[in-house]
Write a protein that binds this ligand. Structure first.
Ligand code: SAH
Ligand code: SF4
Ligand code: F3S
Length: 428
C-alpha cells in the first residue's frame, strides 16, 4: 500500500510526518511521491497564519480529483486540531481528521470512517514512535510537546495543547540510535526548548535544558547539536554559559524577538522587555563573539504605531541578525488579539514589512562581505555535480568544490566570494 504525505509548517510538523510515516510503515505502507498512485493521502497542516489554511481547502479539492478510487484522504496537524469536525463538513472528500497532538493514533484512525481525533489533552510524550532509518546525516528530535505561553497572537497552544517534556532517558536512547545509524547533527525541537523539564507527565528526576544538552553531548557519534526555538525569557546566564562552553552545541541560535517595542511586547504577553532582550544578546555576543543569531518578527500587531515599528528597526540595527523570518500579523481563531478593535491597516503593515526586509538585506550584504577570507569548519550535507553544500557551526551556508570529500565529512572551508548574501568557498 502506498502513502503520499504533504507537510506544511514548521520543523515540528516535519517530525510529526516522519513519525506518521514510521508508524504506517509498520502496517505495510510505503511512501510515494505521486498522489494519484496513493492508497492514503495525508496533508499535515499548519495554521500559524491565515494563508496556509486557505491553501488547504483548494489542495483537498485537487487531491479528491486525482486520487485512486477508494483511496483515503486524511487531514492532520495544527489546522486539524482547531477545526476538527468542521473540516469534514467543509470538505466531504476528507475521510478523517487527526490533530497535531494525536499523531500516535495514526495507525488506528485510518481504519475508522470519518473519525476525528483532536484531543488537546492527549499525551504522547512517552510514546516511542516507530522510526525509519535516517536518510540523512541530520535528524530532528522532539524534546517536548505543546506550549504553555499563550502569546496573544498565537494559535499554537490551541493546536498542540499544554507543554509536556519528553523523558530524558527516551531522548538519550533515540539520539544514540540516530548516532549509530550515521547521524552527525541533531536538531532538538520544541516550542520553548529552554523550558525543558518544567513538566513531565510521569515521575521524572529534576532536569533542565542544560542537563539535557550535557547528557546528549556525551553520545560519541553525535558531533553537533542544534535546537529551536528557545524563548528569550528563559535565557538565564547559566544557559548562555553552557551554550558557549559546550563544544558540540552549534554556535547559532534562534532568538525570537517578535517586536522591539515594550508596549507591543506587553500586549503580546511575551514576558520580556526590549532591554532584557538586548541584554541577553550583549551577554551572548560577549561569550560567543562569532555567534549566528536568527529571529522572528511580526509587523502590524494590533495597536502597533509607526513609533513602535521604529523600536523594532532599532533592534535590527543593534543586533544585525544573520537570518530574519518576518511576518505580517495574521488574526488567528481562538487567540485574544484577533478580536481587538485596533487592527493595523494591511497597507501600513506591508510597507513596514518591506522596510524591515530591505534593511535586513543590506545588513546581510555587509555581513557577507565581512566573511571574505574567514575559514569555517563545515559539515557537508549534500554534493550535487561535484559542488558541496554545508553549514558552519554558526549557521553560515557555504558551497564549494567537494574535491575528494564526501557527505558527512567535516572540512575547513575558506570564504572566497559572496553573491546576494550567499557564500562561496574553497576547501582550505
Ligand atoms: N514558539 C516559537 C514560535 C512558533 S510560531 C516562539 O515563541 O518563538 C513561529 C513564528 O510564527 C512566531 O515566532 C511568530 O513570529 C509567527 N507567528 C505566530 N503567530 C502569528 C500570527 N498570528 N501572525 C503572524 N505571525 C505569527
Ligand atoms: Fe506561540 Fe508564544 Fe508558544 Fe511560541 S511561545 S508557540 S509564539 S504561544
Ligand atoms: Fe508549526 Fe504551524 Fe503548528 S508553525 S506548530 S505547524 S501552526
Amino acid at each position: 500500500m502506498k502513502l503520499y504525505i504533504e507537510t506544511m509548517g514548521c520543523a515540528m510538523n516535519s517530525r510529526d510526518s516522519e513519525h506518521m510515516v514510521g508508524e504506517l510503515g509498520k502496517v505495510g505502507y510505503v511512501q510515494t511521491n505521486e498522489p494519484s498512485e496513493a492508497d492514503l493521502i495525508l496533508i499535515n497542516t499548519c495554521s500559524v497564519r491565515e494563508k496556509p489554511e486557505r491553501k488547504l481547502f483548494s489542495e483537498i479539492g485537487q487531491f479528491a480529483k486525482i486520487k485512486k478510487p477508494g483511496a483515503k484522504i486524511g487531514v492532520c496537524g495544527c489546522t486539524a486540531s482547531h477545526m476538527g469536525a468542521q473540516i469534514l463538513k467543509k470538505a466531504p472528500s476528507v475521510d478523517f481528521v487527526l490533530g497535531a497532538r494525536n499523531v500516535s493514533k495514526i495507525s488506528q484512525i485510518i481504519k475508522q470512517d470519518k473519525a476525528v481525533a483532536v484531543d488537546l489533552d492527549h499525551d504522547d510524550s512517552t510514546y516511542v514512535f516507530a522510526s525509519q532509518a535516517p536518510s540523512n546525516i541530520k535528524a530532528l528530535l522532539n524534546i517536548s510537546i505543546g506550549c504553555d505561553k499563550h502569546c496573544t497572537y498565537c494559535v499554537v497552544p490551541h493546536t498542540r495543547g499544554k507543554e509536556i517534556s519528553i523523558p530524558m532517558d527516551l531522548l538519550l536512547k533515540e539520539a544514540d540510535k540516530l548516532a549509530q545509524a550515521g547521524v552527525k547533527e541533531i536538531l532538538l525541537l520544541g516550542q520553548n526548548v529552554n523550558n525543558y523539564g518544567a513538566r513531565f507527565s510521569t515521575d521524572h528526576p529534576k532536569v533542565n535544558f542544560t542537563t539535557l544538552l550535557e547528557n546528549l553531548s556525551q553520545i560519541g557519534g553525535l558531533k553537533r547539536i542544534r535546537f529551536t526555538s528557545p524563548h528569550p525569557l528563559h535565557m538565564d546566564n547559566a544557559f548562555l554559559e553552557h551554550f558557549a562552553a559546550n563544544p558540540k552545541v552549534c554556535k547559532s541560535i534562534h532568538i525570537p524577538l517578535q517586536s522591539g517595542s515594550n508596549a507591543i511586547l506587553k500586549a503580546m504577553k511575551r514576558g520580556y522587555s526590549r532591554e532584557w532582550y538586548l541584554d541577553r544578546i550583549a551577554r551572548l555576543k560577549a561569550l560567543v563573539p562569532e555567534v549566528g543569531i536568527s529571529t522572528d518578527i511580526i509587523v502590524g500587531f494590533p495597536g502597533e504605531t509607526p513609533r513602535d515599528f521604529e523600536d523594532t528597526l532599532d533592534i535590527l540595527e543593534q543586533v544585525r541578525f544573520d537570518t530574519l523570518y518576518s511576518f505580517i500579523y495574521s488574526p488567528r481563531p481562538l487567540t485574544p488579539s484577533c478580536t481587538w478593535k485596533n487592527q493595523v491597516p494591511k497597507e501600513e503593515s506591508s510597507a513596514h514589512l518591506k522596510r524591515l526586509q530591505s534593511r535586513h538585506k543590506e545588513i546581510l550584504e555587509q555581513k557577507a562581505r565581512a566573511e571574505l577570507g574567514k575559514t569555517h569548519e563545515v559539515l557537508i550535507e549534500k554534493i550535487t555535480e561535484g559542488v558541496a553544500e554545508g553549514r558552519s557551526s554558526n549557521g553560515r551556508l557555504l558551497s564549494f568544490e567537494a574535491g575528494g570529500a564526501g557527505v558527512g565529512d567535516f572540512v575547513a572551508v575558506e570564504v572566497v566570494a559572496h553573491r546576494k548574501g550567499s557564500l562561496k568557498g574553497r576547501i582550505a
